[in-house]
Design a protein around this ligand. Structure first.
Ligand code: CUA
Length: 180
């Protein structure tokens, strides 16, 4: 806010300078180009996955995840006490985000498809699958469902890439992909 009013109170009625209209046009056209690029990236990009989103309460999502973990637990991940869960191929698989972990650890088969459900029990978290670099925003109250078909065996990290407080940097999960 200016301390003094402009001398010419009708300043906005002055014609646009040529340079100004050129820059406004460039910005507008760039915005338009990027808008249509979003559609192109979705079809041709490797990082923008197709996902579905539905409403779900944290209590219900937690119950579904716990039930799956109990039914298909095969071992624990090292000394962490976190269960490694190996659900059947083609099934609905759940991974929850909470302060500050991705839970549980999943073991999936290479070449098989799964419906991966992701949701948060508390705050907003970021699901970042490394080293594939697939990124999704995970909110409480909504579940994201992604159909995944792992193509390479190995251990993948799930990093939280949305700042969620003091333990954010420790919020790391794991997905193992194994041969059939
Ligand atoms: Cu969860 Cu950062």
């Amino acid at each position: 806010m200016a301390i003094h009013s402009p001398e010419d109170r009708l300043w906005w009625k002055q014609p646009l300078h040529r340079v100004e209209i050129v820059w406004i046009s460039i910005a507008f056209l760039w915005g338009l180009l990027m808008f249509f690029a979003m559609i192109y990236w979705h079809a041709a990009g490797d990082q923008n996955v197709s996902s579905e989103a539905y409403k779900i309460t944290p209590e219900r999502f937690s119950a579904l995840t716990e039930a799956m973990a109990k039914k298909y637990k095969v071992r624990e991940e090292g000394e962490t006490g976190v269960p490694v869960v190996k659900p059947p191929a083609g099934s609905d698989v759940y991974m929850l985000a909470r302060l500050w972990e991705w839970w549980p650890v999943l073991e999936l088969k290479k070449g098989e498809s799964y419906r991966l459900h992701l949701s948060s029990l508390d705050w907003q978290h970021g699901f970042s699958l490394q080293p594939e670099n697939i990124n999704l925003q995970i909110h409480p109250g909504y579940e994201m469902i992604v159909t995944v078909t792992p193509t390479r065996t190995g251990t993948y990290s799930v990093i939280c890439n949305e700042f969620c407080g003091i333990g954010h940097h420790t919020m790391v999960g794991r997905i193992h992909v194994v041969d059939k």
